[in-house]
Ligand binder design. Structure first.
Ligand code: OSB
Ligand code: MG
Length: 382
């Protein structure tokens, strides 16, 4: 494989209107926001990455403001001028910075794209080049759709009906105390056969175990992150009380966190968000742990633009990703997206990986400019 030398890194803070917002137990973002990372190499190859930070520190402690600070002051200077043989060398170059996984992920992702393009590989092949021959990518990912907290059960059912008609076979419902058992039961009655799961985004405590046990009758695929966003220990007390598999999201930041959670019996399934674990290098390590231990794995999302979606989709096409992912079609999020062509849902609830080198989609610069202007108009700080 050819090495690359990182010559320049350009950052774009953007905001984009969402086709449908996503209300969670911690609130709702008015726009999709992100910082796009553009890397150019000494061979004039361009790579793109996405820092999927939100405006509010609701899901992650990182925000648009913390990420631009950490990137400008620390991460970009640590990478410019460096020559690397593989993108898996990037985490070590950024290791003097503690934390800030979303910011690190975006920088690493841009390098993966540039390295894959330099070597004539699609991103999925670039990931697979760091795994075993059994991990050859499939060319597509199984996907589902995430549905926010709505004003009523009727509206929830109407949105699900629309998504089922579009071809989504797995539905994820956001829940919170007061919006959980009743809505899940109504949805299960109306849709007896769909793959149904819930995501609490840390809204409960162990004292709610008895209440959550009522969900065991609804044949749920899993419940995602019911307890504290840092917690592993209390989840290990909850999982044995539920038949429904617990899936961890917020609590898992590394392969070490996952090994701890599995050894304690805190979860049976993992939602892997490459951004939450600081990038694709750590994601590959987590993937290896899941394959070795037979843990069902899926790729989560942060309502990514086409840049982050393309790379997550490439990762999700690896065969060890065994459950449907939170990677929906472009039209569920944006009209238009900043990349072309759009991702479309196929009738078997899958999305094809974009063909071509690197992320496989083209970044439309005028749309990046429009999104950067919307960010400046709405949030002129920083
Ligand atoms: O918990 O999975 C989550 C979006 C923002 C913050 C947290 C979460 C989400 C999603 C998005 O569920 C799913 C998607 O990208 O389609
Ligand atoms: Mg989640």
């Amino acid at each position: 494989m050819k090495s690359i030398t990182i010559e320049t890194i350009t950052l774009y803070e953007i905001a984009m209107p969402l086709v449908e917002t996503l209300r969670t137990s911690f609130g709702e973002e008015p726009f999709k926001t992100a910082i796009l990372v553009e890397v150019t190499t000494s061979d004039s190859v361009t790579g793109w990455g996405e820092v999927s930070t939100e405006i509010n520190p609701g899901y992650s402690s990182e925000t648009m403001g913390t990420a631009i600070h950490v990137l400008r002051e620390f991460l970009v200077p640590a990478l410019v001028g460096k020559t690397i043989g593989s993108p898996t060398e990037i985490p070590a170059l950024m290791s003097s910075v503690r934390g800030h996984p979303l910011a690190k992920h975006g920088a690493e992702a841009a390098v993966w794209d540039a390295w894959a393009k330099t070597n004539g590989l699609g991103l999925a092949e670039a990931f697979a080049a760091h795994l075993t021959p059994q991990d050859a990518p499939r060319g597509f990912a199984r996907v589902g759709v995430s549905i926010g907290i709505k004003p009523s059960i009727d509206e929830t059912i109407a949105v699900i009906q629309k998504r089922v008609d579009q071809g989504y076979s797995r539905i994820k419902l956001k829940i919170k105390p007061g919006w959980d058992v009743d809505v899940a039961r109504a949805v299960r009655q109306r849709f007896p056969d769909i793959l149904l799961m819930l995501d609490a985004n840390s809204a409960y405590t162990l004292a709610d175990a008895h209440h959550l046990k009522q969900l065991d009758d609804l044949n749920l695929l899993m419940i995602e992150q019911p307890l504290g966003y840092h917690d592993i220990y209390e989840h290990s007390k909850l999982q044995p009380q539920l038949r429904t598999p617990v899936c961890l999201d917020e609590s898992i930041h590394s392969a070490d966190d996952l090994r701890l959670a599995l050894d304690l019996g805190a979860c049976r399934i993992l939602n892997l968000k490459p951004c939450r674990v600081s990038g694709y290098t750590e994601s590959l390590e987590i993937y290896r742990v899941c394959v070795e231990r037979g843990i069902p794995l899926w790729v989560g999302g942060m309502m990514e633009t086409g840049i982050g979606r393309a790379s997550n989709l490439a990762f999700a096409s690896l065969p060890g990703v065994t459950l449907p992912c939170d990677i929906s079609a472009t039209e569920r999020y944006f009209n238009p997206d900043i990349t072309e062509p759009p991702f479309v849902l196929r009738s078997d609830s899958t999305i094809a990986v974009a063909p071509g080198a690197g992320i496989g989609v083209d970044v439309v610069r005028e749309r990046v400019d429009t999104a950067a202007a919307l960010w400046r108009a709405e949030y002129p700080y920083g």
